[in-house]
Design a protein around this ligand. Structure first.
Ligand SMILES: Cc1cc2nc3c(=O)[nH]c(=O)nc-3n(C[C@H](O)[C@H](O)[C@H](O)COP(=O)(O)OP(=O)(O)OC[C@H]3O[C@@H](n4cnc5c(N)ncnc54)[C@H](O)[C@@H]3O)c2cc1C
Length: 119
């Protein structure tokens, strides 16, 4: 039976990145994934021609995952979100402007939110 130095359980982003980094460091690695597809909560599924993200849908520029993907040479598509953003808030579709003008967030929270959108 083949022997490995490291066994990784789970082929989500964490397991995949750990496997690659360990292999690049010269370790022999085996990865076990219980489902039929790698990616864990970061996978997308196609249904009736539409693509649905089961989990992750955004990678924050300058965040840890962004840096790791860049180091691994993974090309990322897409761009930064515009300011024409709506989201569900208390079961209502709310435009970002209404949200920012409302009293639902304190000023510090509004500034934090704007900083997040700018990234
Ligand atoms: C709705 C939602 C939205 C999200 N949006 C974002 C986003 O926009 N941006 C962002 O950066 N992050 C987002 N996240 C978080 C991100 O998806 C997760 O942090 C990340 O995918 C977790 O990766 P992981 O490898 O740690 O775990 P997982 O993705 O959970 O991977 C674990 C893997 O281990 C496998 N496994 C479990 N038990 C075993 C076993 N006994 N044997 C073998 N395999 C096993 C599982 O099948 C799975 O593939 C979101 C998450 C959710 C749920």
């Amino acid at each position: 039976m083949k022997r490995f130095e490291v066994a990784i359980i789970g082929g989500g982003i964490a397991g995949l990145v750990a496997s690659i980094e360990l292999a690049q460091a010269g370790k022999s690695v085996v990865l076990f994934e219980k489902s039929s597809q790698l990616g864990g909560r970061a996978i997308s599924v196609k249904k009736n021609g539409a693509v649905f993200d089961l989990g992750s849908h955004a990678i924050i520029k300058g965040g840890a995952l962004h840096d790791i993907f860049q180091d691994l040479g993974i090309r990322m598509e897409g761009g930064s979100p515009g300011t024409n953003v709506s989201f569900l808030w208390n079961n209502k579709v709310t435009h970002m402007y209404h949200f920012l003008l409302s009293r639902k967030l304190r000023w510090s929270g509004k500034m934090e939110f704007m900083k997040f959108l700018k990234r």
